[in-house]
Design a protein around this ligand. Structure first.
Ligand SMILES: Nc1ncnc2c1ncn2[C@@H]1O[C@H](COP(=O)(O)OP(=O)(O)O)[C@@H](O)[C@H]1O
Ligand SMILES: Cc1ncsc1CCOP(=O)(O)O
Ligand SMILES: [Mg+2]
Length: 267
């Protein structure tokens, strides 16, 4: 029950003081991720240009970087923003979308990992491959169960001194020592593009709220998606209505309901 209470408290604190989060995400995710952030109570800004990314990171409470639609120009902005966030002592979150697919992505992720993300959030195939294992991912989509990625997540967390979150049917989060599983969500979630990318942005909002406790902050963000996703899934007719029902469920969720409904288990 302690984890649920912590998640509710962090959610309430985030809502009471909406953090400015710089989200460098992809063309597919930009709109839905910004709407997810607003519905959850955060203040997103999709700022990626190399001319201003570092400057903006210095005035943001957290930064998130997602390589979904990477280009050479965007990579320059990502690297300078991550450097700036580190210098300013701000947390930053990495979403290594399909990093295993091309040499360009693999190189980019290696450079980003050198800048010590506070949290890595990916699907099971991404996390397995990032730890050096054999994954079955297809493009941006996972083809591996979360359970198979749990050991990879623990290894990655220890190797990089960060929190690692793996999402799927049941989510998993670890800092290399402690770990939790978060139950909930809906099978319709992977049918709607960029919900994982949106969750990465929300993790940014929670680590902005609790920069000294990225493990609990990440678990809380996962729990928000799990509870709102489950609620939307029970009433949606398909991926189309799930999309808007999910936004409405996020907006209607409050700290008390999160504490009552979150299922965060020791792992
Ligand atoms: N089959 C599923 N059942 C319940 N929730 C799911 C399922 N698949 C994904 N989710 C949820 O969808 C969200 C996005 O996760 P995921 O689909 O793994 O990320 P990505 O979009 O990066 O592949 C997370 O909140 C996750 O818990
Ligand atoms: C379809 C697609 N293509 C490049 S990025 C992207 C979105 C991926 O979103 P998610 O990782 O949340 O499924
Ligand atoms: Mg993804």
């Amino acid at each position: 029950m302690q984890d649920q209470t912590t998640a509710g408290t962090l959610f309430g604190a985030m809502r009471a003081n909406p953090p400015l989060v710089q989200c460098i995400t992809n063309f597919v995710a930009m709109n839905i991720a910004a709407n997810v952030m607003l519905a959850a109570g955060a203040s997103p800004a999709m700022v990626h240009a190399e001319e201003e990314a570092a400057e903006f990171a210095a005035i943001s409470a957290a930064l998130t970087i997602n390589i979904g639609t990477l280009s050479a120009e965007w990579l320059v902005g990502m690297l300078s923003a991550a450097q700036s966030a580190r210098q300013a002592g701000r947390p930053w979150v990495l979403d290594p979308v399909a990093h295993y697919a091309t040499a360009f992505r693999r190189r980019a992720v290696a450079q980003l990992l050198d800048l010590q993300p506070t949290v890595i959030r990916g699907n099971a195939s991404e996390i397995i491959a990032l730890a050096g294992g054999i994954s079955h991912g297809q493009g941006v989509d996972s083809r591996d169960p979360v359970e198979l990625a749990e050991q990879s997540a623990r290894q990655l967390a220890e190797r990089h001194g960060c929190v690692v979150a793996v999402t799927g049917v049941t989510d998993f989060v670890t800092d290399g020592h402690k770990a939790r599983r978060i139950e909930g969500g809906s099978p319709l979630m992977p049918q709607v593009t960029a919900l994982g990318c949106s969750l990465t942005c929300l993790v940014g909002a929670f680590v902005a709220t609790a920069p000294d406790n990225p493990f609990d902050a990440t678990a809380a963000a996962l729990a928000v998606f799990a509870v709102a996703g489950e609620q939307a899934g029970t009433v949606a007719d398909g991926p189309g209505s799930f999309s808007w029902r999910f936004l409405d469920a996020l907006a209607a969720l409050d700290a008390e309901a999160l504490t009552a409904k979150a299922r965060i288990m020791l792992a």
